[in-house]
Design a protein around this ligand. Structure first.
Ligand code: ACO
Length: 326
């Protein structure tokens, strides 16, 4: 029996219109007595600007135009979609899932929909799950979306975190195919690191208990990220029986240019093979990889038939990789 694979047939993305440069943020933070600089942010992270969502918009409002662009690129209609997975840590509501809200806004009904919550590894997790559901025949044509409004979680009195994140969404259409497509996936987590990157608050009895703003031990995250990203990359390459030299594009989670380039160095890949959007988007958590992928495709960098390595790492601690042919 021939194996059933999944293949990305269209990509899309959406950024909220409000673009905030480092200098805009420096000026806003100064009003609150918080000191930072464009030089510090660029040197430590590579970030130059990010987009922030208007207060009346949520993750689903970013996800819908990203999904529509991906469907248009794939040449499919909403009625053709039979699975929707949204990777997000900033859902519109506690429940139902943002995927259900997106489904309704796209005019789709009946197909299974759910959210995946793996913070910045969310898109890689969601893509691996969608691949498995297509491979086993549960779905034929999936929308896999990463959508985040991280600006809602930021403590603008904490300069060590508020300069790092932004909002946005990216999406792909993933379709059943006789040929790969997705070559290998590798997912991991280690819950003992919950405290190094978390939003500890929760809703209880009509109130928020605990701190609802993002907390991060940046150095601990940095050290863990560099090690686990290398392991995940090597794991998917081993599963696919391929060498790092056959990778055309590395599209890592866009958190920090230093982490991305160090991952590339360990794989002996030149910086030119890394798709980098962190300078324009900041860290958009689960949205960062599909945003970067769509950017690479639309810029004419990432082409049909090329081999692409996607890698995510984030709160949980979670990490994973997907190796695929476009
Ligand atoms: N502006 C100016 N100074 C600052 C700022 C700022 N915005 N933030 C921190 N500093 C200061 C610190 O106070 C410190 O000062 P001190 O030496 O006087 O104490 C100094 O800069 C150095 O601080 P470090 O924390 O050592 O800076 P570092 O080089 O580690 O960079 C950073 C911090 C950018 C957060 C880095 O650790 C990092 O990128 N970590 C990984 C983050 C990441 O990858 N997250 C991904 C997952 S995200 C997710 O899952 C949601």
């Amino acid at each position: 029996m021939t194996r059933r694979y999944s293949r990305i047939t269209g990509t899309g993305s959406y950024l909220p219109p409000r673009r905030v440069t480092n200098n805009d943020l420096v000026a806003e933070l100064a009003l609150q007595g918080v000191e930072t600089s464009d030089e510090w942010i660029v040197e430590r992270t590579g970030i130059r600007a990010r987009h922030f969502t208007a207060p009346d918009m949520g993750a689903s409002d970013l996800a819908v135009p990203a999904a529509q662009a991906a469907m248009q690129a794939a040449g499919v209609q909403p009625a053709d979609i039979d699975l929707i997975i949204v990777a997000t840590s900033t859902p519109d509501m506690v429940f139902p899932s943002t995927a259900a809200i997106v489904q309704h806004k796209l005019g789709i009904s009946g197909c299974p929909v759910f959210d995946v919550q793996a913070v910045c590894s969310g898109f890689v997790y969601a893509l691996a799950v969608a691949d498995a559901l297509i491979a086993n025949g549960t779905a034929h044509r999936a929308l896999v979306i990463g959508a985040e409004v991280f600006s809602r979680l930021l403590d603008f009195k904490d300069r060590t975190t508020c300069v790092l994140f932004g909002d946005g969404a990216g999406a792909v259409v993933l379709e059943a195919s006789d040929t790969p497509g997705i070559l290998a996936t590798d997912l991991h987590a280690d819950g003992k690191h919950v405290d190094i990157l978390c939003v500890p608050g929760h809703v209880s009895g009509g109130q928020i208990l605990g701190d609802p703003l993002l907390k991060m031990d940046g150095q601990a995250v940095f050290k863990l990220a560099v090690g686990v990203l290398d392991k995940a990359a090597r794991a998917v390459l081993a599963k696919a029986e391929m060498e790092a030299s056959s990778i055309d594009w590395l599209i890592p989670h866009q958190a920090n240019i230093r982490i991305m380039l160090s991952t590339a160095r360990k794989l002996h890949l030149p910086p030119e093979k890394v798709v980098v959007t962190v300078q324009d988007h900041g860290n958009t958590s689960a949205a960062s990889i599909p945003l970067a992928l769509d950017h690479g495709v639309r810029a004419g960098q990432v082409k049909l038939g090329q081999t692409v390595l996607l890698e995510g790492v984030g709160g949980g601690f979670t990490w994973g990789a997907v190796l695929l042919k476009m």
